[in-house]
Design a protein around this ligand. Structure first.
Ligand SMILES: [Zn+2]
Length: 314
């Protein structure tokens, strides 16, 4: 019974009370085979509040939200579903203030919910396959007091390779395919080599700009450098090599940073970067499909409350 949710009005119509939400969450998590999260035993007893494990040695109680991002929540489930819908189907993301106003909750609660949804996106997605074909690799800097800086200074810094209060992010994007991006300590050749080795198929064509950090890439990969300056595209027959697709991903990420989130601390930046990668990688799905997929992640990300808190503060 996967549902077709095209908009927020439809969502509230479909998930009007806790029971309707629980039924859907049960379906997304277990299908027809409800299993105990403590011991994996099937066929638990249904109780007023949830389930009791039918295995003699276990007999533990659990609910459909146990060990998920909604574990022990006091927020109505329909508000959780709405927050997940708003957050994952939006092109640019939403601030906690916006979500708070829309759902009638405090900004602090909304912030906490959005952080949990980000953790869900991080821990739920299976590791992506190696990137193949033409793979654009680029690094950028995000963070610091970006929004307070004068435009000309921002532009100048954005072109530079090292700035004090900014955090390096390395992105890899297969042309016509997925993007993966990582917050890193630095943009040294060692760091870049390692990330490229771990994420790119050996038969791919790696495209970068002229930064010296990419000096070793040619040793393992077919490497094409596009010049900086006025020429950004290298043509070879019908093929055009450039790093403009990953650069446009950075532009979206930074617009989100400046326009919506205003500030990202180093400890949270990885989650934000992943959030934008998730949006980019699912951009061809319909709103309804993205919601369905995101709700499947909820069911897969069975993390304990302790782990979750650890991840939220890590
Ligand atoms: Zn059990």
């Amino acid at each position: 019974m996967d549902v077709d949710i095209k908009n927020i009005a439809k969502l509230f119509e479909k998930f009007k009370d806790q029971e309707a939400c629980k039924e859907y969450l049960e379906f997304k998590r277990w299908g027809n085979n409800i299993i105990c999260p403590h011991c994996n035993q099937s066929n638990p007893y249904r109780t007023n509040r949830g389930f009791t494990c039918s295995k003699k040695e276990c007999r533990k109680k659990f609910t459909v939200t146990s060990g998920t991002i909604m574990d022990k929540t006091k927020i109505e489930l329909k508000k959780w579903l709405a927050a997940i819908f708003l957050f994952t189907t939006s092109k640019k993301g939403h601030s906690s203030v916006y979500v708070a106003n829309l759902l009638g909750i405090t900004q602090k609660t909304a912030w906490f919910m959005l952080q949990r949804i980000r953790v869900m996106l991080l821990s739920g997605e299976s590791p992506s396959d190696l990137l193949t074909g033409i793979v654009e690799v680029d690094e950028t800097y995000v963070g610091g007091k970006y929004k307070n800086k004068h435009y000309s200074k921002r532009k100048k810094e954005a072109q530079g390779r090292s700035t004090k209060d900014k955090i390096p992010v390395v992105g890899l994007m297969s042309r016509g395919g997925n993007v993966v991006a990582f917050v890193t300590e630095d943009t040294s050749a060692n760091t870049l080599d390692q990330i490229i080795d771990n994420n790119v198929s050996s038969d791919a064509i790696v495209v970068t700009d002229g930064y010296k950090g990419y000096n070793h890439v040619h040793k393992k990969f077919n490497h094409i450098r596009v010049k900086q300056g006025n020429c950004y595209v290298v043509k070879d027959g019908d093929n055009e090599y450039h790093t403009q697709t990953i650069e446009s991903f950075w532009a979206t990420l930074k617009r989100g940073y400046v326009g919506i989130y205003h500030y990202m601390s180093r400890k949270h930046l990885n989650k934000y970067v992943n959030e934008y990668a998730y949006r980019y990688n699912n951009k061809d799905l319909t709103v309804s499909e993205i919601f369905g997929k995101s709700m499947s992640l909820y069911s897969r990300s069975r993390i304990t409350f302790k782990e979750l808190t650890k991840k939220l503060t890590a």
